[in-house]
Every structure is written in C-alpha cells, then in structure tokens.
Write a protein that binds this ligand. Structure first.
Ligand SMILES: Nc1ncnc2c1ncn2[C@@H]1O[C@H](COP(=O)(O)OP(=O)(O)O)[C@@H](O)[C@H]1O
Ligand SMILES: [Mg+2]
Length: 263
C-alpha cells in the first residue's frame, strides 16, 4: 500500500483537483484506492458522488481508530473515501493534545494494508497539526507548484521549512518522506523547463535532496474544471484540443510510481 499526501503551503494551487484525478486514474486502472479528505473545508469529500455513505468520517477514523463505518464508497469502482467531517477544526486540537496525535493516522492506516493499493491524502494549504499528521503518514508527498518564478521560490522556502520542522518526527518512528513537486497549471506563455531547472537548483541543497521536481507538467486546461463540474475524473473526458488529459495523468502516475503496470 503506497501512501501519498498532497501538500502545499498555499491554498488554491490545485491540491484537491490533483488528488481527485490521480485517485480516479489509479482506480480506473484497477487499483484499490482510498482518498482521505484532511481539509476541514471538505472539497474532496464531495468531488465525486458518494454511492454508499458511511455514518462517520475522518474524526471517528482518527479519534476512535475506527475503520468500520468511516469509509464511504464513491460511484467510481475501486475508489473509496474518508470524508472530512470537521467543519470547526476540532480535530486540530485533538491531534495537538493526544500523546500520539501526529502519528495516529500513520498507525491506523496499517490496519488497511491489505485493503488498498494506494492511499491519497488531501490537505489544507496551511501548516498545522492535521497537516503534520498527514505528512507523517505518507511514503512521499506531492506538491503542485504554480509556474511563476516568485511562487516557485516561495514553494521552496515554505516546503524546506515544513520538512525541517517535521524532521524530529523520525524520533517518533515517523520519518518524513521525500517530496515531489509538479509544475501545475502551466500555460503556453511560460517555459516550464526553466522554472523546473531553477526549482531543482534552489531546492536540492537546502532540502538535502528531499525535494525533487517531476518532469511531468500539468497544463492549465478547462478540462480539469469541466471534469470537476461533471464530477468525473479528467481522463474520462474526451480529448480536449490536442492536449489529452488522459495522457497527462498517465504520464504523471508512471513518473510517480515506478514499476506501475500499463494503465
Ligand atoms: N490543471 C488545471 N487547469 C485549470 N484549472 C484548474 C486546474 N487544476 C485546478 N484548477 C482549478 O483551480 C481551482 C483551485 O483548485 P483546487 O484543486 O481546489 O486547489 P486547492 O485544493 O489547492 O485549494 C479550482 O477552481 C479548480 O477547478
Ligand atoms: Mg483543496
């Protein structure tokens, strides 16, 4: 079971869209996928229609370590979800105060080892106990990066300081995994390769190699919004102009997950 947490130090960069679509393509390829909505603003929770709603969500899953009646099913085969049910942000306080708060999620996920091939955790664009817990649970992190040099530099600063702050988690048995940045919402006017090069140079040394930048670039395309409106994974849309969203998602999945069988 591979656990991937989608993070960024900012909101509105594409985390939820990326989580939903990566989950969608993996599930449609026959993998058993669990999405976890760890954002108190529950955007991912309603991204896809729910076909079988559990009574509870992330709060019960964490606080009572309960894997029964906390996992809902989406209308996409093989794609389950633990919804966010914490509009007041109470989970944040609970995680901060519980002795094992920040490692609880990592621990409970071991109960699901045989049930899923992938767990994708969507987070809020803000530092806090819930983000810490989501990061600690991951084998690696994935971050969408806006393709402008100022945002890219901010990404490096924010991400390096997040990784540094969480380094002591290794002493709690939760070493922080590496992070992969993906240039996200690129339009034709910017040269993604230049930004990627700059990011690689700016992040490698301060992160001691923990940050790497993917070769896959996700374009700014109406297809992503259209798919969100239709509540389907973007790869199920017909080809949009000459940019195929399916090709992009397949390329991304293959770059992220080595030895992935053909999609
Ligand atoms: N590749 C893309 N191209 C165009 N628009 C996108 C793309 N990805 C996401 N969006 C739009 O950007 C907005 C923010 O995306 P979202 O995934 O909710 O960000 P976050 O979860 O980081 O706050 C949404 O309106 C979404 O439809
Ligand atoms: Mg979001």
């Amino acid at each position: 079971m591979i656990k991937i947490t989608i993070v960024s130090t900012k909101g509105g960069v594409g985390k939820t869209t990326l989580t939903a679509n990566l989950g969608g393509i993996l599930a449609d390829s026959g993998y058993r996928v669990l999405l976890i909505d760890a954002d108190p603003q529950p955007t991912l929770s309603s991204y896809y229609p729910i076909s079988s709603q559990a009574d509870h969500g992330l709060k019960e899953f964490l606080i009572n370590s309960s894997t029964t009646n906390t996992i809902s099913q989406t209308n996409i085969e093989n794609l389950d979800i633990i919804v966010s049910d914490d509009p007041d942000g109470k989970l944040r306080d609970w995680i901060r105060d519980a002795p094992d708060g920040r490692v609880r999620l990592k621990h409970i996920l071991t109960f699901l080892e045989d049930k899923y091939d992938f767990v994708l955790i969507d987070t809020q664009g803000a530092v806090g106990p819930l983000q810490d817990a989501a990061v600690a649970a991951a084998d690696f992190m994935l971050s969408p990066i806006p393709p402008e040099i100022l945002s890219a530099r901010e990404f490096v600063r924010g991400t390096v300081s997040m990784i540094k702050r969480l380094e002591p988690m290794a002493r709690l048995g939760a070493p922080i995994g590496p992070l992969r940045g993906v240039i996200y919402r690129q339009d034709r006017t910017v040269d993604a390769r230049l930004i990627a090069e700059e990011l690689r140079k700016a992040s490698f040394t301060p992160s001691k190699g923990a940050i790497s930048i993917l070769n896959t670039v996700i374009p700014n395309a109406v297809a992503y919004r259209e798919a969100a409106t239709q509540r389907i994974p973007v790869h199920r849309l017909e080809k949009n102009g000459n940019l195929s969203a399916k090709d992009t998602m397949v390329t991304l999945a293959k770059e992220l997950i080595p030895n992935l069988p053909d999609l």
